[in-house]
Each structure stands twice: as C-alpha cells, then as structure tokens.
Design a binder for this molecule. Sequence first.
Ligand code: GRF
Length: 221
Amino acid sequence: MRRIAVLASGRGSNLQVLVDAIADGRLDGELVGVFSDRARAGALQRARDAGIPACSLRPRDFESRRAFDEALFSLVDGVQPDLIVCAGYMRLLDSNVVEARPGRMINIHPSLLPAFKGLHTHQQALDAGVPVHGASVHVVTAELDGGPVIAQARVPVQAGDDADRLAARVLEREHPLLLATVDALLRGRITLSGPRPCVDGGPMHAPLQLGADNTLHVPTA
Ligand code: GRF
C-alpha cells in the first residue's frame, strides 16, 4: 500500500502534514491526487505547490449527490489510490460510492467517536461538559462518522476553553494522529480488509491511542 489520494474541502493542514512527511522521508508513500468539492479550498493550493495533481468539481453542476460522488470518484479511481484519506472533506458521501470501496477509505474527525458526530464537535464537547475531548481516525462507511474507529488522540478540556481554543489544541493532535495512522496503514501494521480493523496481525479490540511520543499504542484493557 503506497498510493494515497486525499479528499479535502478546507484549508488542508492535515494534507500538509502528509506532504511534509513524505518530502522529508518520514512517510513512505506517494500522494497521487487531491480532490475537492470547493474550487477555493486551501488544500488544492497546497497540493499544487507540492506538485500533486489537484482538482475540484462543483456539486451544483450535478443533479444529485450520487451523480456528483460518482463523477468525483471516477477521478479518484483514475489515480489508482491504495488509500483514500478524507481530511476535512465536508460533504456526506453517497452510500453506493462508499460501499464500492470497502476498507480503503479513512476519515479524520475532531472528536472521540462515537461521541459528537457531525459538525461543531468542539462546542458539542463543551456543552456536554466532558473532561476529555480529542480526535479519531475511522474507516469510512455509509453511516456518517460511524465506521470502525482505528485510532484516537485524547485532549483534556481546560478551564476557560471556548470552541476555538479547544479546536486549536485538538488540531495539534490531529496532525500526528493522521500521520501515525497513515504510516501504520502503509506499513501494514493496521489492515482494513475484514469487518473490523486489525493491528499487528490480530483484530483490534479498541481504538489505538496516540501517545505523547506521537506513536500509536494498543490500549491496555
Ligand atoms: C479538521 O479538524 C478535521 O478533523 C475536520 O476538519 C478540519 C480540517 O482541517 N473534519 P484541515 O483542512 O486539514 O486544516
């Protein structure tokens, strides 16, 4: 597994982490394409600056979600990715499109799933009063933010946090979380071919945890 495609709608800081890690030899992969639903996504510019093919399609040019997703994914399939990373891709995906690519798509989501799916996760966490928030990388399935969770980074909520402050600290941990997870997938330490993710050759019983050393640990029961 080596060829990575990225889907992104926004500024692309998670994409940049993969770009930088490949450039300086920390990640043994190749970014083969970046795809977006927004022509002005910062992620597209970051890709072009790094010499990665990048393109966008406009949802409003298509008559349905499925038609848009089929067109976008025919472009994605064209670069023959082994792994498709949704990194701040803000559109719901058509279930047929997802189910046609089992075990090849992951998403980074800014909460400790299954808590706080959907949007405004940092405000959701503050409203719920949880002591610990964080980020998750999960397998993309037809259910929004509902696929098996592969790995998580925990971020304590601090007194005086507002959604922006908390989001900034979570983003700082999203970056090493995504990098470590993609690295483990490319190396085959994590595999996604069965109904649940496997790690080190056996089924994963709980999400891996990002340690202070920025590597993934199997949680102790
Ligand atoms: C991240 O918080 C990601 O988890 C969320 O959208 C944000 C994208 O950030 N779904 P960036 O575009 O990678 O900077």
